[in-house]
Design a protein around this ligand. Structure first.
Ligand code: IMP
Length: 415
């Protein structure tokens, strides 16, 4: 089988967009299977930054973009990103599952309202209407893409949402027009993906957000409203687990988080500010500064365990260049006990005190120098950078097969 899943191992923003692009180059299809326009996946081609919120970033490689049933779709974003692909010479229409629910204007409004009500306990959502769209789906009052094509029943469905929320859904004429425009691509995606996998076609399943933002396995309530972990591939796409032959975890060389919630290795000092600036750690979707911290092995061990990760793609290694001493949290002290695996419970995790090892850093390299490293390959990496990677591999018991040393495609090293 030739299904390949890409899963974020931290709190999102691990650089899945670039990895998905690289792995999609020889794929037939690339699929977004959860979340909505809260994601911000970036691909940098020849110094041009392409940002995807709704389509899989891997589609910049020419693989056919697909949007599966378990997503919540923002149709205006889809339209914009079709144009974005056109601007790089890719003329394509995404295949969209008829069963995917849509994000309505009311969902964005409700997202902001709930955040305001939560006040000091706000999640820090992207305000893209994700939580309310998924909650309407769970309440079985969500509107599916195919409903937009059936004007007869659409009215009563809209009335149900309006009666429930006691608010107008907002102008959805535009949505109906877009759905009509896309009608040729609204399909039984489950059948297509299964048939193509059976025929040996390579399909990339591009995860959004990260494992620690998973609604069940993440740091609830400071999570997103979908499952971001491997199971979502199967439930969202209707593809069975045996059809996925490779599960790849993407992790950054340090940790970041947007929005509120527990963060054991967070750096709230100047070191953190430096890392944020060096890594340009500002949200792709919202522009918000990201919280930053050292690598957290216990959390990564948990992510690797629950996703059955086969191998790891490590990103932003270049950002750590120039830092004299680099720390890695290898275990926690929780109530005086040493713990190697993060507990799947936020209250316990909040008590975790990181136990660090200290490693010597390596000099800062210019972009041009990193480019040369990428051309020459593994041996050209600074010695201490290689040691950093090898220690992580040992601590996580997984190989790191790909190391990204710059935002652009081409600035990576295979191991
Ligand atoms: P929501 O998904 O907009 O409801 O936001 C819920 C939480 O997930 C917030 O902490 C967001 O910052 C976070 N989040 C959502 N999408 C992303 C993403 O693509 N990268 C990083 N954090 C995200």
């Amino acid at each position: 089988m030739t299904g390949v899943a890409i899963i974020g191992l931290q709190w999102g923003d691990e650089g899945k967009g670039k990895i998905s692009y690289l792995l999609s180059r020889d794929a037939e299809y690339v699929v977004r299977f959860q979340g909505g326009a809260n994601a911000g996946h970036t691909v940098v081609l020849d110094d041009r930054e392409l940002r995807f919120n709704m389509l899989p970033a891997g589609s910049a490689s020419g693989a056919k973009p697909c949007i599966a049933s378990g997503t919540v779709v923002d149709l205006s974003e889809v339209l914009e990103e079709i144009e974005l692909l056109k601007s790089i010479g890719i003329n394509t229409q995404p295949l969209i599952s008829r069963n995917a629910c849509i994000v309505l204007p009311i969902h964005k409004e409700l997202d902001s309202m709930i955040e305001q009500i939560r006040s000091s306990e706000a999640i820090g959502t992207t305000r893209r209407g994700i939580g309310p769209a998924y909650s309407d789906k769970a309440l079985r009052i969500g509107i599916k893409i195919e409903d937009l094509l059936d004007s007869g029943s659409l009215k009563s469905k809209i009335k149900l949402i309006e009666d429930f929320h006691k608010l107008p859904v907002g102008d959805i004429e535009e949505w109906v027009e877009l759905a009509e425009k896309f009608s040729g691509n609204i399909c039984d995606l489950e059948i297509i993906l299964n048939d193509e996998l059976d025929r040996g076609k390579r399909i990339i399943f591009e995860g959004a957000q990260g494992t620690l933002l998973d609604i069940d396995q993440g740091t609830y309530p400071y999570v997103t409203s979908s499952n971001t972990t491997i199971g979502a591939v199967f439930t969202s796409c209707g593809v069975g687990p045996r059809k996925i032959s490779e599960i790849i975890g993407v992790m950054k060389a340090y940790t970041t988080r947007v929005g509120a919630g527990v963060f054991p290795t967070e750096l709230k000092n100047r070191e953190g500010d430096i890392l944020r600036e060096k890594g340009r750690e500002y949200g792709t979707t919202t522009g918000r500064p990201r919280r930053v911290g050292w690598l957290d092995i216990p959390l990564l061990r948990y992510s690797i365990m629950i996703n059955s990760i086969d191998w790891i793609a490590l990103t932003k290694l270049d950002v750590l260049g120039g830092i004299r001493k680099i720390k890695i949290c290898i275990e926690y002290d929780i109530n005086g006990e040493r713990v190697e695996m993060a507990p799947p419970n936020v209250r316990t995790l909040e008590k975790a005190k990181p136990v660090y090892i200290h490693l010597d850093g390596w000099s800062a390299l210019t972009r041009e120098e990193w480019k040369k490293v990428a051309v020459k390959g593994w041996d050209a990496l600074p010695e201490n950078a290689k040691t950093y990677i090898e220690i992580i591999e040992k601590l996580l018991s997984r190989p790191i097969k790909l190391v990204s040393v710059g935002a652009s495609a081409g600035m990576e090293v295979a191991k």
